[in-house]
Design a protein. Structure first.
Length: 606
């Protein structure tokens, strides 16, 4: 037998062979079983590999591929498959070891480490003796080199498949979930808190066929075969609701937040436009949780500066929208909180101040508050064309003799999987905007957020200078909390007038790729598209740059060119790997810079 990191004597198998043989006879033909699970007796069971990753005819796939995407990927990580087993009723001084058998190969995996009092883990690199195909893992609970309990799990080794590594919760660590107040009151119905949810930071290998990451949790007792419940499924990628920011895991309301004992995740290669199919499951990861806890929003702070200056556009004499301000909500353990409701109050420099509330926002969906005392008016659309074509709504608190206070709140599901909330504003006159962002989670008795800024709610304030620098600034006034009255009416519509800005230059840049999807390996890709503009000269002979990036990385220029008289453009490149692409038209005279959407080009290596 080959030994990996085992620094003890060989007595484990010389003295314990009879016990192992007896337990193995019990185990024959029962994959995934943990033995000696009698009340009060020592027991052991696999957390990973385990049933959550069971797929089609291949069963449970095991790969040691390194992760390529996910929250904070991929510092401190590398190739390896995470083996994990937990024990029950383990006597003092006992340890856990693993082994893998395949045909005539029988390899001990003894470089195990405890992650808590009941769980043992190892990062396993597939050795050359093990080939792709069926294999069997064993986990041994050992006392004085004698096995006292054993678990067995059959798997399929597939080195080139996608692999998953859970970064949060850490093995044997804590896992926080947050149960936010309801998003709104419905007349005649009692509100209830939203089911608690946490975020599983699952790093994954971004293979050419990877489409989803699915998360699970368990409330099973250590040492027993875990019973897994699906708690979240997200598409791969770096959008706010995609797995690149973590997978939101919603705990069944029947289970207490502190009852979670294990979390797992697995990648899946099923068609993106079809329902989830576990037959396409790839290699997964499972970790024990020693402390499932209820998150309490404790701090809110800027990830951006919270103070910016915006000057008029030299071409249109209008103010552009502010740059995005990002705040982050964290809990009592400094873990970010997903799903929290966030509101913003802003005043100045005039009544024409608007929030960006377009329906195509790529960051955070916002809306006019639906409770408390305010009216509703049109917001602003910073992104779509023609300008302000889909403005959405914002709230307004009238103030006589002073600019009205504007108000938005996050739409369900609240803060992102990274605990962030993003907002923008736009003004039409010079001056200063003062604003306060707060977590609207104080309960007024109705179990729904009340859209008022009350004592005890955490907050942070900032400034925007329009045509000037902004200094000082104060927190917007807090309001007294009043007892809830169910069925608060919807805000009334408030007609407003706004000065007309000079017409903006409308531009739109597209990108397409023509690639032979049936081919394998590097191939020639033809990129093409169209630059359209409301000002004809802005589309003609315009310098452009084709850029590429690794999924979730930074765009790097790859090729330069120019549009034709018609605005059309085309470039040809040899592409070796799956990457994201975009084309950017440089500023030219009065024509501002414009970017295309991001296009992912998949290149299969198999």
């Amino acid at each position: 037998m080959r030994r990996e990191g085992f620094d003890h004597t060989g007595s484990l198998f010389r003295r314990g062979i009879a016990a192992v043989a007896t337990l193995a006879l019990i185990a024959v033909g029962v994959p995934g079983t943990s033995f000696a699970q009698v009340a009060g007796e020592p027991s052991i069971a696999f957390l990973n590999p385990s049933s959550f990753a069971t797929g089609g005819e291949r069963g449970i796939v095991v790969s040691d591929a390194a992760p390529e995407e996910g929250p904070g990927c991929c510092e401190g990580t590398g190739p390896g498959y995470h083996l994990s087993a937990w024990v029950g009723n383990a006597p003092p001084g006992s340890r856990v070891f693993f082994s893998v058998t395949q045909n005539s190969a029988d390899i001990e995996i003894t470089d195990t480490q405890p992650s808590d009092e009941s769980t043992w883990d190892s990062n396993w690199r597939i050795p050359a003796e093990i080939v792709d195909g069926p294999a069997t893992f064993y986990a041994y609970l050992v006392l004085d080199d004698v096995p006292i309990a054993v678990a067995e799990q059959r798997v399929t080794i597939l080195r080139l498949q996608e692999n998953t590594q859970i970064k949060y919760p850490q093995a044997g660590g804590s896992f926080g979930t947050y149960a936010p107040l309801a998003d709104a009151l419905v007349e005649g119905e009692a509100a209830t808190r939203t089911p608690p949810a946490g975020v599983v930071d699952a790093l994954y290998t971004l293979g050419p066929d990877a489409t989803r990451v699915r998360a699970f949790y368990s409330t099973s007792a250590p040492g027993t075969v875990p019973q897994w419940k699906v708690c979240g499924t997200e598409l791969v990628g770096t959008g706010t609701t995609r797995a690149g920011n973590g997978v939101r895991c919603t705990v069944d309301p029947a289970d207490a937040q502190d009852a979670v004992t294990a979390v797992a995740a697995v990648t899946n290669d099923g068609p993106e436009d079809a329902p989830y199919d576990s037959r396409f499951n790839q290699s997964g990861d499972g970790v024990a949780v020693s402390d499932g806890y209820a998150q309490q929003p404790t701090r809110i702070g800027f990830l951006t500066g919270g103070n910016q200056r915006r000057d008029r556009n030299a071409n249109t004499s209008a103010f552009p929208c502010s740059t995005a301000e990002i705040v982050k909500v964290t809990d009592q353990l400094d873990r970010h909180v997903a799903g929290a409701n966030v509101d913003v109050h802003a005043v100045g420099p005039s009544d024409t101040l608007k929030f960006n509330a377009d329906s195509l926002s790529i960051w955070t969906d916002v809306k006019a508050p639906d409770r408390a005392t305010h009216t509703s008016e049109a917001a602003y659309d910073c992104f779509t064309h023609p300008a302000n074509s889909d403005p959405g709504k914002q709230g307004e608190h009238p103030r006589f003799g002073a600019p009205d206070r504007k108000h938005i709140e996050s739409h369900n599901p609240g803060t992102t999987d990274l605990g962030t909330f993003v907002f923008q504003m736009r003004a039409t006159v010079e001056g200063v905007t003062e604003y306060t962002v707060w977590v609207d989670e104080a309960d007024d008795g109705c179990a729904a957020n009340d859209d008022t800024f009350t004592d005890g709610e955490i907050a942070v304030s900032g400034l925007i200078g329009w045509g000037q620098d902004a200094f000082g600034g104060t927190e917007q006034p807090r309001e007294p909390m009043t007892a809830c009255t169910a069925g608060t009416p919807e805000p009334t519509e408030s007609p407003t007038t706004e000065p007309t800005d000079p017409p903006a230059i409308d531009q739109r840049l597209t990108i397409r790729a023509i690639v032979d999807k049936k081919a394998r390996g590097p191939r020639e890709v033809r990129f093409k598209g169209l630059l359209a503009s409301s000002v004809e000269v802005c589309a003609q002979n315009r310098p452009i740059v084709l850029k590429s990036r690794k999924i979730g990385g930074t765009f790097i220029p790859k090729q330069t060119g120019a549009t034709k008289e018609t605005g059309r453009w085309a470039m040809v490149r040899t592409v070796e790997r799956t990457r994201e692409w975009r084309v950017v038209a440089k500023p030219a005279g009065e024509c501002p810079r414009v970017k295309s959407p991001i296009l992912r080009v998949r290149i299969s290596q198999r």
